[in-house]
Design a protein around this ligand. Structure first.
Ligand SMILES: Nc1ncnc2c1ncn2[C@@H]1O[C@H](COP(=O)(O)OP(=O)(O)O)[C@@H](O)[C@H]1O
Ligand SMILES: [Mg+2]
Length: 227
């Protein structure tokens, strides 16, 4: 709660989403504020993904905070060197303790719901091109949950909203390519079958170890802050 214009303002009314790391608050200026959850809040979110009492103890013990803090540091350092990368990360502006503001985007899950098959294929292509573009800066996708972690900006450009799930290790990316990690992600599993086939083919074609070696440039911070 905070006081704005002399009335009590309840922030919870403007929370538009919650992940395991962040709650996302609409600031009504075309931006959102993403506030890092406390460990107790994170556990609550993760427990909510499971049926009552069925939450896996290991899953609940995962520390979501430290990786998020590191990721924010890596991205902040990277954007100082490459400011033109900011748009494809939603123009984040960093505040204290892992919190940041970001352009408000249309999260892909909702966009897919309104799209034809041909338009959906184009979205998948854009997701893949974004992954490849970020390789050029030493940022690698880890979880491939594009339907919740990607969105479209006002100009309809693809944006990576959740950079808490990236790595700066090329070897890590290589392992994920070799195991086709994306086939185990819920964003893939939730696609209609015809799009699953398209996604599988396009990913296999575009995300190759050869392409990784050709495009990858080590992020400037990764020596001291590998994630
Ligand atoms: N810039 C944004 N605009 C609109 N919705 C967003 C934005 N960033 C995140 N979200 C929504 O909030 C959810 C949680 O944010 P995310 O960055 O993925 O945090 P977490 O690390 O907790 O998963 C996302 O899955 C998405 O639905
Ligand atoms: Mg997320």
């Amino acid at each position: 709660m905070s006081i704005i214009y002399d009335v009590w303002y309840d922030e919870s009314m403007d929370i538009i989403a919650r992940g395991a790391q962040y709650k996302v608050i609409d600031t009504h200026d075309g931006r959102v504020r993403k506030v890092l959850l406390t460990p107790a809040e994170s556990r609550e979110v993760v427990a909510g993904w499971y049926a009552e009492g069925e939450a896996d103890a290991e899953e609940l013990a995962v520390d979501y905070r430290q990786p998020a803090l590191k990721a924010v540091q890596v991205v902040a350092d990277l954007l100082r060197v490459h400011p033109k990368l900011a748009a494809s990360l939603g123009n984040p502006v960093f505040e204290a303790e892992g919190t940041y503001t970001q352009d408000k985007a249309r999260v892909l899950r909702g966009v897919f719901a309104e799209m034809s098959e041909a338009e959906s294929r184009r979205l998948i292509d854009d997701c893949i091109e974004l992954i490849l573009r970020h390789w050029q800066y030493g940022l690698g996708e880890c979880v491939f949950n594009f339907s919740v972690n990607n969105g479209l900006d006002e100009q309809g450009r693809m944006v990576l909203l959740d950079f808490g799930e990236i790595t700066t290790s090329r070897d890590d990316v290589k392992r994920r390519i070799q195991s086709e990690r994306w086939l185990r992600s819920f964003s893939y599993k939730q696609l209609p079958q015809s799009l699953q086939a398209y996604y599988r083919e396009r990913m296999r074609e575009r995300l190759t170890v050869a392409e990784l070696h050709r495009t990858w440039r080590q992020a400037p911070t990764s020596g001291k802050l590998a994630i």
